[in-house]
Design a binder for this molecule. Structure first.
Ligand code: EPU
Length: 315
């Protein structure tokens, strides 16, 4: 359901400076495209978040959690209901004893991945280097099982704490979480079938101890590769398509089809890595979607391979 006058008044009263109505999502996504959220709320504390989710459940109002906005494409029509930004209220990091045999960091969903990578490196904790340079948050990264060929978030997760759509808390152990290629499936229980996703509050991540210098060397190599092969500073949502089964990656197929540099409006297939679409300035979500269709149909005609979207299309 969308927001009526009473709902808007409650939000404005309860969240004052932390709510914005008709907020363009182009301001909150790394792609810098997307129509407005009816309301974007940034709860300052975890209690405020819980209160908001319980209220939304009572009112039957839809919500979408937002991390760094780095893996989503918001349609021009925007998002009905609430977008809940988690970067202010879930940004706490706790690390277990430096002498513990099994080092662990418990991180709030709103914690930035790059900050967490830097901390792990500084403390000689191995496991998260693959995520260097992935723009995103812990919660978003876990929800989409972000990763590279060197690893993925699911490899580290020991447990997560969730805020369920009706407002209760739930802790899930690794054995109840089903990670696969860029995907996390919830347990097959009715509580997870609601049309709203639970919100990841925090995650316990397991590391191994390693030599700091070796870790630094590996980190430098990963960052060098990323900066050389990917459009590092461009406005994008990372890789657009999943790698299909088989020998050739999505980037390779799009490149072989001659689509590097192909442009619709201000959306362009990156000339550096063909599985990235970049916003050259004023691209709209429609430009990006049209270019994705063109890429998909060209690859399908040439190679009889159907590319699946990796970026989440919302709205
Ligand atoms: N290639 C081309 N042309 C291109 C791009 C790539 O020929 O335009 C070739 C490369 O030379 C290489 C192969 O395709 O032989 C694979 O390319 P790359 O090493 O760049 O890896 P990828 O499979 O395209 C994956 C992840 C990236 C991650 C990199 C690095 C997916 C969909 N992509 O890309 O993740 O950064 O590995 O580990 O799994 C993301 O998830 O947003 C993302 C960018």
């Amino acid at each position: 359901m969308s927001l009526d006058r009473t709902a808007r008044a409650w939000l404005a009263d309860t969240f004052a400076g932390n709510v914005r109505f008709e907020e363009p999502m182009s301001r909150h996504t790394s792609f810098r495209v997307g129509g407005p959220a009816e309301a974007l709320v940034r709860p300052a504390e975890k209690d405020d978040l819980v209160r908001l989710v319980r209220w939304a459940a009572e009112q039957g109002i839809d919500y979408m959690p937002l991390g760094a906005g780095s893996n989503i494409l918001v349609r021009q029509t925007g998002i009905r209901g609430l977008v809940i930004a988690l970067d202010s209220c879930l940004d706490v990091i706790r690390e277990n004893d430096a002498a513990a045999a099994e080092p662990r960091i418990t991180a709030g969903a709103g914690v930035n991945l790059s900050g967490l990578c830097a901390r792990a490196l500084k403390n000689g904790l191995k496991g998260l280097n693959f995520a260097l340079g992935i723009p995103g948050t812990v919660g978003g990264g876990i929800r989409v099982n972000a990763g590279t060929r060197d690893g993925c978030m699911g490899d580290l997760v020991e447990s997560i704490t969730l805020l369920m759509p009706q407002g209760s808390f739930r802790r899930l152990a690794k054995t109840e979480l089903f990670f696969s290629y860029r995907k996390l499936d919830w347990p097959a229980e009715p509580a997870f079938w609601a049309n709203r996703d639970p919100i990841i509050l925090e995650a316990a991540l397991g590391f191994q101890r390693a030599d700091k210098q070796d870790l630094q060397k590996e980190a430098q190599q990963i960052m060098r590769e990323r900066k050389t092969h990917q459009p590092w500073t461009a406005k994008s949502a990372g890789c657009i398509f999943k790698n299909p089964a088989g020998e050739r990656s999505a980037g390779q197929l799009i490149d072989m089809a001659g689509l590097k540099g192909k442009r619709i409006g201000d959306a362009q297939v990156s000339t550096r890595h063909a599985n990235f679409i970049i916003n050259k300035g004023q691209a709209t979500a429609d430009d990006v979607l049209a270019l994705m269709d063109l890429v998909r149909s060209t690859v399908s005609q040439r190679y009889q391979i159907q590319l699946e979207t990796e970026v989440r299309i919302v709205g």
